[in-house]
Design a protein. Structure first.
Length: 277
């Protein structure tokens, strides 16, 4: 069993690589022989913008505790609508497992971290690791799968249809348009929804999951996240929801006491999951 101490302080280096042609991955590499646990990081941006550097505050802090973090770019809407980026993240999960030895990491420990729309994307990939629409990109000379040991979800859009209805009510034309640009239809929003997967009773993988969200998040109402957590638990999953009073969407991407507390919770949750066989 791998040993991970969340109180570690380890020097790190940062490497820029590609996990498929034209798509970059930034690897935050702890110093030492390891073996280290590893994480795939999926950034947010309403499925249409931002890049692998968005979650750097959290990625660096996690890497300094002794976790290899692979922060990935992926195809984005409107040029690449759903489910293109889920397929890229599925591939990235398999790629990290297949290349784990290159980073002194243990492939059996690979988990996922995702923020905002990235939380949606990594959740879908983890809940449906063998879905043909997600797993079709070939990874030569590898039989790795896209299952993940656990998930760290930061203010995730785990209910895109419910969020779409919410922003219609609040008049957020930007998010309305970007959501339509990614999914195309409300049927696709429902089909590609972690919350709707649970509501439908669809058979899916349920990796242990931590959700971190601020109570002042205006991107997805907290009650929707609470209903997702209840449905996840009812389906037999292990889930923890940590709410941060008064904090907005994306709060953990800015260095400060609350992002430090959020990362500390992530480290603690990772340690718990990694201690289990």
């Amino acid at each position: 069993m791998i040993k991970y101490d969340p109180d570690n302080r380890i020097e790190i280096t940062v490497k820029e690589l590609e996990y498929q042609d034209g798509l970059a991955v930034r690897v935050y590499q702890p110093a030492g022989a390891g073996p280290f646990p590893a994480l795939v990081d999926v950034h947010g941006g309403v499925w249409t913008n931002a890049d692998r550097t968005q979650n750097e505050v959290m990625d660096r802090a996690l890497a300094e505790s002794g976790i290899v973090v692979a922060a990935v770019d992926f195809r984005q809407a409107p040029d690449n609508p759903y489910p293109a980026q889920v397929a890229d993240v599925n591939l990235a999960s398999r790629w990290l497992k297949s290349r784990a030895a290159d980073f002194n990491a243990d492939p059996n420990t690979v988990g996922g971290i995702g923020s905002s729309s990235g939380g949606h994307t990594i959740s879908l990939s983890a809940m449906r690791p063998y879905h043909p629409d997600y797993s079709y990109i070939d990874l030569p000379d590898s039989d790795a799968d896209a299952t993940l040991k656990y998930l760290l979800l930061c203010w995730p859009i785990i209910a895109p249809y419910e969020r779409y209805k919410y922003v219609q009510e609040t008049g957020n034309d930007r998010i309305i348009g970007l959501s339509e640009g990614y999914f195309g239809t409300t049927d696709a929003m429902k089909e590609g929804s972690p919350f709707q997967i649970l509501k439908r009773g669809e058979k899916s993988a349920l990796p242990p999951t931590l959700i971190v969200q601020g109570t002042a998040d205006t991107n997805l109402p907290v009650p929707v996240t609470e209903r997702f957590a209840a449905a996840f638990q009812e389906a037999g999953g292990d889930i923890e929801l940590e709410l941060f009073p008064g904090m907005p969407h994306l709060f953990g991407n800015t260095a400060g006491p609350e992002s430090d507390r959020a990362v500390a919770l992530m480290k603690k949750f990772a340690a718990k999951c990694l201690s289990q066989a």
